[in-house]
Design a protein around this ligand. Structure first.
Ligand code: SF4
Ligand code: SF4
Length: 424
């Protein structure tokens, strides 16, 4: 008999209480326990592969909340990845998603596509950009591509202003760190990248931004590209396992979760260097946690003009990273920040990688409440660590909104008056 992965589901229903896809749609076949049961039926040849089955398995945000609460220890996302691979093999994927997987497999392709998209955006009239939508998000609301990829610009800046080791550097447990920027910071959100860089250098650290790093591979993995991801993993592990690197800093929870949790298992499955994967995984830390653990008094805790801030906690941070409360702790530490929590702070935003584009109606149902609740706080800044959450939530905030979505590092960097002063 075929392996029956989900036989330990006791049908308790705990996973239903945390599943954003189920809560937005309400039907049993949109629940985590139904997906697991269907995967079992498929494995046991009780049901056949079909477009309908593919749709049910795909209509999930891969947030991991079900696995986090499941008393039977079922790892839902891991099983979904395997099942998606089979469904995509049998029924194909949307051409634009297939293209995305193709692009992410090579950094040179991503760079070329980003350049083409930048040129295309320049010639698209604003009236069209306001009307044409990717999912629910008007093209006009999409982040503008960086003028120069962040990693290129940052290395040039570091060459111009090398070595900012401060006197206190020896107090730190870490002296030399690698910054894994992810694709979003490299191509869209260089404000996050420069803020991270500024903070780390202000803390007296030597920062290395490996030039050969590439996409962490998670979007490929979620879209049937398991075999394609091997080369990305190998490339990233090789450049991050350099001698003398004390920590690997990430600004994106999905990249962080990949490097910390997924790479060792995948490295083993692919016959890559497992010791290397474990060495890198041990060193991965998100920027907010790093600041909270290693900033000296005076590094980022400064009086500052008052600013009202609320926060959205990304699912991949909450469910996959070791210290998911660090960004909130940071907000509570920064003197001048008036942190206004929202009750649904940890509810999924409906972004889910490409989910917001593939299933806009479901995504909209999830996002709209969050946006209304965040606006009701009266905050000026909506802080979140994940670039997809930022794109998705920011997509619902037009130019007239008084709320702007930013990364925690961007806010924290404003609390470095000494460094700002030096720059004049
Ligand atoms: S929480 Fe786990 S055991 Fe309970 S219904 Fe969901 S999958 Fe089954
Ligand atoms: S990963 Fe998230 S969206 Fe998908 S089934 Fe689990 S809880 Fe629901």
């Amino acid at each position: 008999m075929a392996e029956s992965y989900g036989q330990n589901c006791n049908r308790c229903g705990f996973c239903l209480s945390v599943c954003p896809a189920y809560q937005a749609q309400g039907a049993e076949d949109t629940s985590p326990r139904a997906r697991i049961q269907l995967i079992d039926f498929f494995a046991d040849h009780k049901i056949a592969s079909s477009e309908k089955l593919k749709d049910i398995i795909s209509k999930c945000l891969m947030c991991g909340s079900c696995a986090n609460i499941c008393p039977s220890g079922i790892n839902h996302p891991e099983r979904y990845i395997r099942m998606r691979e089979k469904m995509i093999r049998d029924h194909g994927d949307r051409p634009e998603i297939k293209s995305l997987v193709y692009l992410l497999a090579k950094e040179s392709r991503i760079r070329m596509a980003a350049g083409a998209a930048k040129m295309a955006r320049k010639i698209v009239p604003d009236v069209f950009a306001s009307k044409y939508k990717l999912g629910n998000i008007a093209l006009k609301q999409f982040p503008v591509l960086n003028t120069v990829p962040f990693r290129t610009a940052a290395r040039a800046e570091m060459e111009q202003t090398p070595g900012q080791r401060s006197q206190g550097a020896s107090d730190l447990a870490y002296g030399r760190v690698a910054y894994f920027t992810g694709c979003a910071t490299n191509y869209f959100f260089d404000d996050t990248g420069f803020a991270v860089l500024e903070i780390l250098r202000h803390m007296g650290l030597e920062v290395v931004i490996p030039g050969t790093q590439t996409c962490c591979g998670i979007p490929m993995l979620y879209h049937g590209g398991r075999e394609k991801v091997k080369s990305n993993i190998n490339t990233n592990l090789a450049c991050l396992d350099a001698q003398g690197i004390d920590a690997v800093i990430v600004d994106c929870p999905t990249c962080g979760a990949a490097l910390k949790n997924d790479y060792p298992g995948l490295a083993k499955a692919f016959g890559l260097d497992l010791d290397r994967a474990n060495r890198v995984a041990e060193k991965v830390v998100d920027i907010s946690t790093f600041i909270m653990n290693y900033a000296r008094p005076g590094d980022v805790v400064q009086n500052h003009e008052a600013v009202r801030v609320t926060y959205h906690q990304p699912c991949h941070l909450r469910n996959h990273m070791p210290a998911p409360g660090s960004a909130q702790a940071l907000l509570n530490t920064l003197k001048g920040v008036q942190y206004i929590p929202v009750p649904d702070m940890d509810a999924c935003c409906g972004g889910g990688g490409t989910f917001f584009y593939e299933f806009p109606e479901v995504s909209k149902g999830i996002a709209e409440n969050k946006v209304a609740n965040a606006k009701a706080t009266g905050a000026e800044l909506w802080v979140t660590d994940c670039p997809v959450c930022r794109i998705n939530l920011g997509g619902y905030l037009d130019d007239a909104a008084d709320l702007t979505v930013v990364h925690p590092a961007r806010l924290a960097a404003q609390f470095l008056p000494a460094l700002k002063g030096q720059k004049g």
